[in-house]
Design a protein around this ligand. Sequence first.
Ligand code: CO8
Length: 225
Amino acid sequence: MPDDSPSTFNPFASAEITPPVSSHWAAKRELAQALRELSNTLVTSAPSEELLKQASATISELNKALANSPRYYGSQEFANTQEHGSRGELNYELNAIGGLSNPLSPGLNMWLEGKLAFGKVKCGYAYEGPPGFVHGGYVAAILDQFLGMAQIAGGQSGMTGTLHVRYLRPTPLNTDLDLRGSVDRVDGRKTVVTAELLANGEVTARSEGLFIRPSNTLKEMFEKD
Ligand SMILES: CCCCCCCC(=O)SCCNC(=O)CCNC(=O)[C@H](O)C(C)(C)COP(=O)(O)OP(=O)(O)OC[C@H]1O[C@@H](n2cnc3c(N)ncnc32)[C@H](O)[C@@H]1OP(=O)(O)O
């Protein structure tokens, strides 16, 4: 059983990708990466219809085999098993933007250095919006997740109340993107965090998020088993 102690798991401690907590998650990370590559190939290739249909049938068969295994719908159900990791560990694997075992996630890596937050991500062709550039919705999603983590630098945790993004220039695909951010101010349950997204050293988007630590009622709602 994985160690559930939060003191042994801090994926934001350094720029290094935190290793998976078990061989199960290591194998899932590999499969998620293979699926990302498959998505990239699908949106950048023009195979024959025959090959496309053959690929659909093969993948459907594989999906049936995977679906026959024990199923847990959402990270809370995984956590309830007490066999697949703590909530923090599961978020690191399954999150929509940073989850390394989630093929939809571009695998945003984030870490803290003192009061500053940093991140790295690269978006392939599956994330295209304007030709050659990242879809603005993904830019906002990446910034949302990053700002959410950066709150930790101010010792806070909360949900996004508002997110403001100023798109300064298109964000290129297939390019190492850097993020940097910090807590601007904390006022009770409210934390304002700011961040920038950079490509090749140039800021492509600037954002500010207001994060609100939920009231007890909401907290109880999220934490119910
Ligand atoms: C480490 C990884 C972190 C990941 C972060 C990822 C970020 C996310 O994507 S989170 C998902 C997106 N966000 C959501 O779904 C949030 C949905 N909204 C909610 O759950 C609630 O409205 C929530 C939690 C924001 C506030 O609820 P609650 O705690 O009941 O707030 P409430 O007591 O009514 O209000 C508290 C204060 O905040 C203000 N406030 C509440 N909501 C908002 C809002 N959306 N915008 C601005 N101000 C707000 C209120 O006016 C009040 O202000 P004041 O104290 O000055 O009167």
